[in-house]
Design a protein around this ligand. Structure first.
Ligand code: SAM
Ligand code: DTB
Ligand code: SF4
Length: 341
């Protein structure tokens, strides 16, 4: 029965996704759990730490973002961080237990000179044994290839919301620009991290369309961050209406059902969530978090609160790929032998 729960499809229809949103909550949670348990170890959570390597003064007008130059949000602008400081932050993240280090920059797209410096950062972070992720705005295919050559594992670029609602939130780049960047990232052989935000004033239909667009990409993103809007004073969305927390959980559950093998990340917004709400998100199939007390410019639960939450829920951190065998030891021997022949 659980095997049948996992369907890898790229032809989801709008009505099918909306029908999932309209299921009784318990029925939806059961479906999400069946998919989750068939596709993943049920109680492990992947942990990524974020670092803003270039902060503020972004020319884009994303209505949710504290780093846009257009809004007075009190974020201090900082130029590209020095390599040594990035390495130190990555070492701290690793020591705290993160397995992936995500470097974010407030760019529309990276300039050639900066991309070279960031490629260096990727090499250094990778040498520490961490997975690497970057989010630098739009990329051309050659830029994606340059990052891949430096050993970048993942590139984060979100669709944020449905194509239709998108232009109410961002006017300085199009939905198609985002899809083109995702194609460039895939084309370079990078893993894709792509998701969106709940709470922008979008409808349930928009949430359904976001998830449908993600699932109907030629390949499912390996990582799907589901952010709850962090309402930052000074941004156009500072007073956006809160979304029913159960609707947020439903969004996670449907991301899990539509993209069975993806890591679905319970992303921004955790600081404002109760432990109980986070637990429901994990039950719905979330199996990744941002770990460490800061996102890019806003807060995140501190490490101690997360440690306690994991302990109370019986969750453990997912090990770094290659660190510990994901298959029983008996089968590892065969694998090892095969690798030497
Ligand atoms: N500048 C790059 C870009 O936009 O592609 C990379 C960094 S940008 C901050 C990465 C993502 O963070 C956005 O696409 C958005 O989904 C998310 N984000 C930004 N501000 C947020 C907020 N206030 N609440 C929730 N998510 C947010
Ligand atoms: C993503 O989906 N969420 C992260 C990451 N990708 C780069 C960013 C969240 C940012 C929240 C607002 C801030 O801290 O500035
Ligand atoms: Fe700039 Fe990214 Fe923020 Fe948009 S989300 S304003 S592109 S930093």
């Amino acid at each position: 029965m659980t095997e049948a729960a996992v369907q890898i499809r790229h032809d989801w229809q709008p009505a099918e996704v909306l029908a999932l949103f309209e299921l009784p909550f318990g029925d939806l949670m059961l479906r999400a759990q069946l998919v989750h348990r068939a596709a993943h170890a049920p109680n492990t959570v992947q942990m990524s730490t974020l670092l803003s390597i270039k902060t503020g003064a972004c020319p884009e007008d994303c209505g949710y973002c504290p780093q846009s130059v257009r809004y007075e949000t009190g974020v201090a602008n900082e130029s590209l961080m020095e390599l040594a400081r990035v390495r130190e932050a990555a070492e701290r993240a690793r020591a705290a237990g993160a397995t992936r280090f995500c470097m974010g920059a407030a760019y529309r797209s990276p300039k050639a000179r900066d991309l070279k410096l960031i490629a260096e950062m990727v090499r250094e972070v990778r040498a520490l044994g961490l997975e690497t992720c970057a989010t630098l705005g739009m990329l051309e295919p050659e830029q994606a290839q340059e990052l891949a050559a430096a050993g970048l594992d993942f590139y984060n670029h979100n669709l944020d919301t449905s194509a239709e609602f998108y232009e109410r939130i961002i006017t300085t780049r199009t939905y198609q620009d985002r899809l083109d960047t995702l194609a460039a990232v895939r084309g370079a052989g990078l893993k894709v991290c792509c998701g969106g935000i709940v709470g922008l004033g979008e409808s349930r239909g928009d949430r359904a369309e976001l998830l449908r667009t993600l699932a109907n990409l030629p390949e499912h993103p390996e990582s799907v961050p589901v952010n709850q809007l962090v309402k930052v004073p000074g941004t156009p969305l500072q007073d956006a209406a809160a979304v029913d927390p159960f609707e947020f959980v439903r969004t996670i559950a449907i991301a899990r059902i539509l993209m069975p093998h993806a890591h679905v990340r319970l992303s921004a917004g955790r600081e404002a969530m109760s432990d109980e709400l986070q637990a429901l998100c994990f039950l719905a199939g979330a199996n990744s978090i941002f770990y460490g007390e800061k996102l890019l410019t806003t807060g995140n639960p501190d490490v101690e609160r997360d440690r306690q939450l994991f302990e109370r829920l019986g969750l453990t951190a997912e090990s770094r790929p290659g660190d510990a065998p994901a298959v029983p030891a008996s089968r590892c021997a065969t694998r090892g032998a095969a690798a030497t022949t």
